[in-house]
Design a protein around this ligand. Structure first.
Ligand code: 13P
Length: 287
């Protein structure tokens, strides 16, 4: 069931668990994530970066695929189709294409401009019944060409953006996209607590979910994180399983070259990763 992310995140905030956002790249990714969410009776958010949208030939294609798949698979759990780290133009494209949720990442603008653009997009998104995520501070590392310095968010700026009526807020707390370096200092729980203090019931978003130790994930949820984004970890699971299939020579046996066989271990590996995360985030049975 395609819905905005508003209600599922408010429930998660009140119930002290987090809903996973899993980024999609193609049909296999989408199918694996939807089937796992349904099996575990968990709400789920499908994240689409601008790069992945372009790869899948455009946001219209993505929205049509997700809507049709949700219907054909008989998915009953709440599913939000969400733009990840959207530009101003990208947000408008997704609003038109039929997404149910957008993220406007104005973190690289001066705060006044971030506020102005976010405010405009909040009113447009809400008029369409869509949810909207905003960002303050920045997520370190690189994701599909979006590069962040990784500075921690200013809690007062977070309050200013939260007051615009966004449905979820991503605040930089030392988190990084992709694999964490050996010398990573960990999440800044001090920043998270200060942001939570200023923003109250606002569902907070933790980007860079790949490779964050379990105890830190649990502590972040206890401090108000209600949405956790995972991208790289599904890519690594898919890669590892696909590599094994080929290294074991399975593609050379019989009809092992059939793409439906070749891609199957990777698709199963994504399911296992999504299951593990949903269990850790506490969203199982919450649909
Ligand atoms: P990872 O790729 O580090 O899991 O981050 C995902 C993310 O934050 C998407 O916005």
């Amino acid at each position: 069931m395609l819905v905005s992310a508003t209600e599922m995140l408010q429930k998660a905030k009140a119930g002290k668990y987090a809903v996973g956002q899993f980024n999609i790249n193609n049909l296999e990714w989408t199918k694996s994530i939807l089937l796992t969410a349904e099996e575990l009776k968990s709400p789920v958010i499908l994240g689409v970066s601008e790069g992945a949208g372009k790869y899948m030939t455009g946001f219209k294609t993505v929205a049509a695929m997700v809507k049709a798949m949700d219907e054909e698979l008989g998915i009953t759990v709440p599913v939000a189709l969400h733009l990840d780290h959207g530009s101003y133009d990208g947000c408008y494209k997704c609003i038109k294409a039929g997404f149910t949720s957008i993220m406007f990442d104005g973190s690289h603008y001066p705060i006044e401009e971030n506020i102005e653009k976010t405010k405009e997009l909040v009113s447009v998104a809400h008029a369409m019944g869509m949810s909207i995520e905003a960002e303050v501070g920045s997520i370190g590392g690189e994701e599909d060409g979006v590069v962040g310095a990784g500075e921690c968010a200013d809690p007062d700026e977070c309050k200013a953006i939260a007051d615009l009526g966004v449905d979820m807020l991503a605040a930089g707390i030392g988190n990084i996209h992709g694999k964490y370096p050996e010398n990573w200092a960990g999440l800044s729980f001090e920043t998270l607590a200060a942001v939570q203090d200023k923003t109250g019931v606002m569902p907070l978003v933790l980007h860079g979910g790949t490779g964050i130790p379990e105890d830190m994930i649990k502590k972040a949820i206890s401090l108000g994180v209600s949405k956790i984004n995972v991208n790289t970890e599904c890519q690594l699971s898919f890669q590892e399983a696909t590599r094994k299939y080929i290294e074991d020579g399975k593609d050379l046996e019989g009809k092992g070259f059939d793409p439906r066989k070749l891609l199957a271990p990777g698709a199963e590996a994504i399911k296992a990763t999504v299951k593990e995360k949903m269990e850790l985030f506490g969203s199982v049975g919450k649909a």
